[in-house]
Design a protein around this ligand. Structure first.
Ligand code: 2U9
Length: 363
């Protein structure tokens, strides 16, 4: 019995408790007076007002919750009363907001809006990327596609397919980085291995350029590095001649260095081309008169080239009686050195911002 009476008391107090209307009216009236009297004269105070009265845990929300304690016959009147109160608080808030809109926090008034903004530091393209992109853009205009391949290569794609005999010095451990765990794997020494992979998968006509990083076991100095960048090119089709090679490379040089540059070809030897030639351009510094840069010859070497060796074509099942091709290779560092007078190879990989910043704005 004792339990039942206590329980019913609980229900009376909490569940069936009814809010007398007069009490609600009085309470709302008090709130209105409090709100009218509120001193709100800064933007921060307006925000506090909003949180206190209109926020998710604010007074308006909590007083709305009182509806459930209002007797059914009073619900309509109470609803109207509470809605009016809500509208009153909202319009008061809007008025306060407007009245305080022009005001700024005291600190903000100290800001000098006429001062220049903080500069946004813009990075620069690496000079090797600038020049690589220029080379690629020129050859693309001649119809060359771009091909890329792995930097870790196997012996066949890097050496065998390119007609380098087993005893060629380039294959020596002294010159090439081999992968310890896999003796026939190595870091490619030229991007010719990419052309080799293109020839494996495509039939002539083939017209590709292959930009990429290559590795050689060199002691690092101003004029040698253990890695550098190449762009190699290959064009295979019927009736491709040495004249095509010469005209293509002459066009490249004129686009890269200007129309006044002269070229000359010197006979050379590479295992993968026959005949082979190295190409020089007239010295950009002295115009051919002779200076320190061209060692007083008037000429500087820029690339190697030649007609693809028939054995290389046959290695990929390309009929060397039907098809011929030319190939060329250049070091991007070398072209960049000639274009921007960079005289120490180490600068390219030291990340010295004093060097890199000189290329600001070049795209
Ligand atoms: C295939 C057939 C032939 C690519 C060639 C050169 C000549 C050359 C050097 C220039 C400076 C390398 O960066 S460097 O040290 N390259 O002289 N490269 S012909 O010949 C090829 C390539 C692929 C299938």
């Amino acid at each position: 019995m004792a339990f039942i009476s206590q329980y019913s008391l609980f229900l009376v107090r909490y569940s069936f408790y009814l809010r007398p209307m007069e009490q609600l009216v009085k309470q709302i009236d008090n709130y209105r007076k409090e709100i009218e009297a509120a001193a709100v004269n800064t933007p921060e105070a307006v925000e506090e007002f909003r949180i206190k009265y209109l926020g998710t845990k604010g007074l308006v929300k909590s007083i709305m919750g009182e509806m459930k304690h209002v007797a059914n016959e009073n619900k309509k009147a109470a609803g109207q009363l509470l809605n009016e109160f809500k509208l009153f608080v909202e319009s008061k808030y809007e008025a306060l907001k407007e009245a305080n809109a022009g005001l700024q926090a005291p600190d903000a008034q100290l800001i000098d809006w006429s001062l220049p903004g903080d500069p946004i530091t813009v990075g620069t393209r690496h000079p090797l990327n600038i020049v690589r992109n220029q080379i690629v853009a020129i050859f693309k205009r001649l119809g060359f596609a771009v091909a890329e391949g792995p930097e870790i290569e196997d012996d066949w794609h890097n050496f065998g397919a390119m007609n380098l005999p087993e005893d060629h010095p380039a294959r020596d451990m002294q010159d090439t980085f081999y992968v310890n765990q896999h003796p026939s794997w190595l870091l490619r020494t030229h991007t010719s291995s990419v052309q080799a992979r293109v020839m494996e998968t495509q039939k002539p006509p083939i017209r590709v350029i292959c930009p990429g990083r290559v590795y050689r076991n060199e002691t690092i100095s101003a004029r040698a590095h253990c890695f550098f960048h190449q762009v190699e090119g290959l064009y295979i089709d019927e009736n491709v001649s040495f004249a095509d090679l010469k005209q293509t490379l002459y066009f490249f040089v004129q686009e890269m260095f200007g129309k006044s540059v002269k070229v000359r070809f010197r006979p050379s030897y590479f295992p993968f081309t026959e005949p082979s030639a190295e190409m020089d351009i007239s010295c950009l510094i002295c115009g051919g008169d002779g200076c320190n840069i061209c060692k007083h010859t008037g000429w500087v070497e820029i690339l190697g080239s030649g007609m693809v060796h028939p054995k290389v074509l046959e290695n990929f099942g390309i009929d060397s009686n039907k098809y011929t091709g030319f190939a060329f290779g250049m070091g991007v560092e070398r072209i960049t050195q000639l274009k921007y007078q960079v005289n120490d190879l180490r600068l390219y990989s030291q990340n010295d911002v004093r060097f890199l910043k000189q290329f600001t704005g070049v795209v």
